[in-house]
Every structure is written in C-alpha cells, then in structure tokens.
Design a protein around this ligand. Structure first.
Ligand SMILES: Cc1cc2nc3c(=O)[nH]c(=O)nc-3n(C[C@H](O)[C@H](O)[C@H](O)COP(=O)(O)OP(=O)(O)OC[C@H]3O[C@@H](n4cnc5c(N)ncnc54)[C@H](O)[C@@H]3O)c2cc1C
Length: 470
C-alpha cells in the first residue's frame, strides 16, 4: 500500500504549527505517513519575519505573543525554546493613547482611572453607569462600536475601544464583529450581565485564589506579558521548520489549484507540476484559498471571498536617544478617533524588548493604513517616511531626522472579521466538511493572534489524524 501523504499549503505559523502537531500525533501512532509543507515564498514564516541590520532588529509583522493564553508557550516547550523566551520589559506595561495631540497613559486601576485626563468626567460617569445597563442576551452578532456605545458610551468608544481595534486588527469598530474579534467581552455580558459586574466577580475570585496560594491570570481583560526571543519572533517559525524537517518543506512552490478525484487530491503549482495528497490543509490566507479551490469548490470560494483584508505599512525608524526629548519608557501609543491621519499608532520597540537597537539609539515602529485608510500603499516610501516623522516628531519631541528607516508593506495585512463572521466561518466549515480530506487553517477564521493560530492548528491537526485513522 502506498505511503499516505498529508500536504499543508502555506508555511506561515498556522501551516507550520499544523504540520508540527500532525507530525507529533503520527509519531505517537508509529505512522509512516509523509508530511509536506508547500510555501509560495522563498522563506517560511508568512507574516512572521525578523530582520537584523546594523544593530537594529525590525519585525515585519508581529513582535511577540501574549502569555495570557497557553498555546504558544506550550509549543515553545515542545520545540525546546523555553530557555530562549524573552519577556517584554516591565516598563512596557505603560501604554498611551494620543488624544488632542497629547499622550495620555492608560489607567491600570480605579484610582488611575479617576485621575486620568484622557476621559472627561462625563465620559467616566457614563462608563461607571455600565453597571446599571440591562443585559442583552442574544446570539445575534453586533458591531464592536454598537456594543461599546450601548454599554460604555461614545467617549469610551472613541478613546479606548477604537484605538484598541486599530492596534490589534487595523480595523474599523463600526464593521467589526464583537463576537469574532473579542469573544471574551461578548461572553462577559452573556455570563455576568455586564462588564463591570464581571470585573467585580472576577476580582473577588482572583483575590480568593491568591489567598489560597493559587496562581491565576489577570482578573479581567487581555492581560499576559508580551513575549518574544532575543533574535526576534521568527525564531519560532525557524525552529518549527527545523523540527518539521527542511526536506519536508518546499519553498517557491506556489499552489494555484487543487482537484479531488478518486479519493485523492491533486495539487498543482505555478509551473504545472502536480503532487498527489490524501489529505490537504489549506493554510493560506482566505483571499488565496478562494482562488485555489475555485475550480473544484466554487460555492466555498464565493464564501471565502467575503473575508476582506486591510492593508498596512510598517515604518521602522531609528533615532539617537539624545534627540528624543520625551520619556521613551513604555509600550507605545495608539490614536483616539478623530486625530485623523494615516498613522494608527507607534510601538516603542527598543523599550519593549532588550537589544532591538544599538546602544544609545531607539527604535520606533509605526503602523499606517488599516481599514480606515485603505489607500496607504499608494504612497511612496519617501511619503510614508514623511507622514510618520511628522506625527512622531511632534508627539515624541524629536528634533532630528531618523538615523535608520526601514519600511514594510502588507497589501493584505490583517483579515477583517466583520459582523456575521462566525456565521460565515460556520458555513465555510460545513461546506468544506462535505469534501473528505480537505481542511482549513489560517488567521482568517478563528483569531488573528499567534496564540489563536496555534490553538486552531492543534485542533485541525487532531482532526486530520483522527480522519486518517478511520
Ligand atoms: C503588522 C502586523 C503586526 C502583527 N502583530 C501581532 C502581534 O504583535 N502579536 C500577534 O499575536 N499577532 C500579530 N499579528 C498577526 C499575526 O502575525 C498573524 O495573524 C499570523 O502570523 C498569521 O499567520 P498565518 O499562518 O495564519 O498566515 P500567514 O502568515 O499569512 O501565512 C500564510 C502563508 O501562506 C503562503 N502562501 C500564500 N499563497 C500561497 C500559495 N498560493 N501557495 C503556497 N503558499 C502560499 C504565504 O506566503 C504565507 O507564508 C500581526 C500581523 C501584522 C500584519
């Protein structure tokens, strides 16, 4: 009997983690099945790429993962990377929002919230009144903006939630799905009746656990510590590739179509070459997956076509510390609604992690574009640099030109989970499950964080191996 072949299309974190977990399961059952990862680019990692140049470490996409979920930490343990993990500096807990051109530190507790000048007294009272808002028990999806206005008011939306939406999703809260983008927030209302009520219950629980010596994550909200590696986040994908085995990864292999005949899948690449597979995990972005399956599954292709992406330009700027008159100890800042320019926010990368810039230099990384400014990639590099410097110099009180500039462009940066996303994904999954041996995994479906991609990879790997055994 021929050796079974499992093919994973796409070598980003979703595809690589899926391949890793499949390999792990197969080893447990002493299977000799072959695994192949097909990647269109000449490097693996997808959005995860770390560039070291002249003493700077510039991240192309993510700069780390949060430890509030166990998935990436667990994978690092399997990969023997635990010793190499690098936690962000304590100072990086300080995050800022720019409103009326001023930096405002985000509050960490109730006292800081009361003293904070970011939100007006009227806005603070409206947030406090959330405790009296009636609970909306509903399965029907709601936009992030509608939810926030209903529970916390317009000011909280403009100054707290909209900046967070652009920081994580480069998205527009008016169209973003609350349930798909922030499932935990949706659950808090469903389970506890409201956010403040949930906070009170969880804080009480947290104190009790602490008293009993039980360790627990932060009481509410995202929490966790941003974590990476001294050599950048690409250490994770490189190690994954090495454990999967370089001989099992085909680079520069752009898949253009798949076909299912007589219980086997045929995978065709850009040069007309074909590979035969028993099972396929499609781990490319949705806008690519829709083209690959169009010839064989046109109805699923149409559903995938409904997942939109927002573009981003990532502008990395290095300065001599002596030219920056503001304190750079912190995580960075996002902009409140109405500040109106193409910059969504700036991370102070060399303050977040050690060794991101040469001695006495600082590295800033600004994100431009997103769902609100989709024309961002029409600008030249010089224009992007100039737009970024204009706002950065004003906010950080910088009186000199950058000593280093590096610009990355993402035409399809982050998938936008719009209202109805969970329903759409359910429809896609149902249609796909009618076709035996075909699976999907990518950040387009179940969460955009590295943790989410790895958690989804674990689930799909188990499904692939269970179906394989049957
Ligand atoms: C600027 C930016 C900052 C971010 N910051 C963070 C952060 O700090 N923390 C965090 O947790 N997440 C962050 N994210 C999100 C996170 O990086 C992504 O969600 C995650 O890396 C996506 O991984 P993926 O494997 O699902 O998709 P991708 O990384 O897009 O991988 C898909 C792969 O498929 C390949 N491919 C495409 N077409 C084909 C084809 N035809 N044939 C074969 N292969 C193909 C691609 O080349 C790619 O390698 C950020 C994202 C961006 C863009």
């Amino acid at each position: 009997m021929a050796e079974r072949h499992i093919v994973i299309i796409g070598g980003g974190i979703s595809g690589l983690a899926t391949a890793f977990y499949i390999k792990q399961h197969l080893a447990r059952i002493n299977s000799t099945a072959k695994i192949t990862v097909l990647e269109s680019e000449s490097v693996i990692g997808g959005k995860i790429q770390s560039y070291q140049e002249n003493g700077y470490l510039c991240e192309w996409g993510p700069n780390g993962f949060l430890t509030n979920k166990p998935d990436t930490l667990e994978l690092c343990q399997y990969l023997g990377l635990t010793e190499q993990l690098l936690s962000s500096n304590d100072n990086a807990r300080k995050r800022f929002v720019v409103s009326n051109g001023e930096l405002n530190k985000l509050p960490h507790n109730q006292i800081e919230f009361l003293m904070n000048s970011l939100i007006s007294w009227r806005g603070k009272l409206r947030i406090a009144a959330e405790i009296f808002q009636s609970q909306r028990i509903s399965e029907i999806d709601e936009s992030l903006a509608d939810f926030t206005r209903r529970r916390l008011g317009q000011e909280a939306l403009d100054k707290l939630i909209a900046p967070m939406a652009s920081g994580i999703f480069a998205g527009d809260p008016e169209t973003m799905s609350l349930r798909a983008c922030f499932p935990r927030i949706y659950q808090l209302e469903q389970q506890y009746g409201g956010l403040l009520k949930a906070m009170l219950v969880l804080m009480k629980q947290h104190r009790k656990e602490k008293k009993n010596g039980q360790v627990s994550a932060s009481p509410a909200g995202p929490g966790g510590v941003l974590t990476s590696f001294a050599t950048g986040i690409a250490t994770l994908t490189k190690q994954l590739a090495s454990v999967i085995g370089e001989e099992n990864i085909l680079l520069d292999h752009k898949v253009i179509a798949i076909q299912h005949n007589d219980n086997v899948w045929t995978v065709q690449n850009q040069n007309g070459q074909t590979i035969i597979a028993d099972q396929i995990v499609l781990a490319t972005p949705a806008y690519v997956a829709k083209d690959i399956i169009q010839p064989s599954l046109p109805s699923v292709s149409e559903l995938l076509n409904q997942i939109n992406y927002s573009p981003l330009a990532v502008v990395c700027l290095g300065y001599n510390l002596k030219h920056v008159r503001r304190d750079v100890n912190g995580f960075g800042y996002l902009f409140a609604t109405g500040e109106n320019h193409h910059v969504l926010g700036t991370l102070w990368d060399s303050s977040i992690f050690a060794s991101r810039a040469p001695d006495n230099m600082v590295l800033f990384r600004s994100m431009l574009g997103g769902a609100k400014y989709p024309d961002i990639l029409n600008y030249t590099d010089k224009e992007l640099e100039s737009i970024t410097c204009q706002q950065l110099h004003k906010i950080m009180m910088i009186d000199n030109s950058p000593a280093m500039v590096k610009i990355f462009r993402h035409k399809y940066a982050i998938p936008q989970y719009r209202v109805g996303h969970c329903e759409l994904v359910k429809q896609i999954e149902n249609s796909i499950s009618e076709h035996s041996g075909l699976y999907l995994n990518n950040n387009a479906y179940y969460g955009v964080g590295i943790n989410d991609c790895i958690a989804a990879a674990k689930k799909v790997a188990l499904k692939v191996v269970n179906d394989y055994i049957i």
